[in-house]
Design a protein around this ligand. Structure first.
Ligand code: IMP
Length: 198
């Protein structure tokens, strides 16, 4: 069965395809002729993931899902949270976001650098919405390390592998412990139990 994932991120697509397995053909908005950025103007991760899934469903009328992620840093009162993508301001890249994060965390000792990635997936199937959530706990590193992944991966040390950043671990290990991996596996289990595709 076809299902559309509201992303242009190749890593996320590979991860979702692997988790969903053979019964599903994963398509992107671009595959369906939607080339513009999908708006995400909500105040929470859930609002954003609903907004992106609704955007696709209203235009295409087919089964789809969208996700939204935020990095919550305890020492920063939960920031950047829903603003994680634009933490250093509009038009800034991952590098600038990390730079700002490390600057804001200057002087905070390692044991107080606790943080987590939270992810919310909205699935619209048969016109109905279902939600799945995942979380990865860890610490913000004192400095960058590693080259794999994207976003804040070079400065996030997951509790599951306390000697490395997510960017040191590589895609396969990351997907087995990540916030998004957990939501997507919950969605895949739901699909497997509730649809005929598998
Ligand atoms: P999005 O909702 O997946 O677009 O995520 C929002 C922002 O959170 C991204 O722009 C990244 O900065 C960050 N982010 C999301 N997922 C990850 C991840 O798996 N690793 C590191 N950073 C991430």
């Amino acid at each position: 069965m076809n299902i559309i994932f509201a992303t242009a991120n190749k890593g996320k697509l590979r991860e979702a395809a692997e988790i969903l397995g053979e019964g599903w053909t994963l398509l992107t908005p671009a595959d369906m002729g939607i080339l513009e950025d999908i708006p995400e103007t909500g105040n929470t991760l859930k609002e954003n993931s609903i907004q992106k899934a609704d955007y696709l469903f209203e235009r295409l009328g087919c089964d789809c899902f969208a996700d939204d992620t935020g990095l919550e840093v305890d020492a920063l009162g939960g920031a950047p949270g829903v603003h994680s993508a634009r933490y250093a301001g509009p038009g800034h890249d991952f590098d600038a976001n990390i730079e700002k994060l490390l600057r804001e965390m200057e002087g905070v000792p390692y044991e107080k650098r606790t943080a987590r990635f939270r992810n919310v997936v909205t699935l619209i199937i048969g016109g109905e919405k279902h939600f799945f959530e995942g979380c990865m706990e860890g610490h913000i590193a004192l400095q960058r390390s590693g080259t794999a992944g994207f976003g804040y991966d070079p400065v996030f040390v997951p509790d599951d592998f306390p000697g490395a950043t997510v960017a040191d671990l590589g895609e396969e290990v990351k997907n087995s412990i990540s916030h998004r991996g957990k939501s997507l596996r919950a969605m895949a289990a739901w699909l497997s139990a509730n649809t005929a595709a598998k």
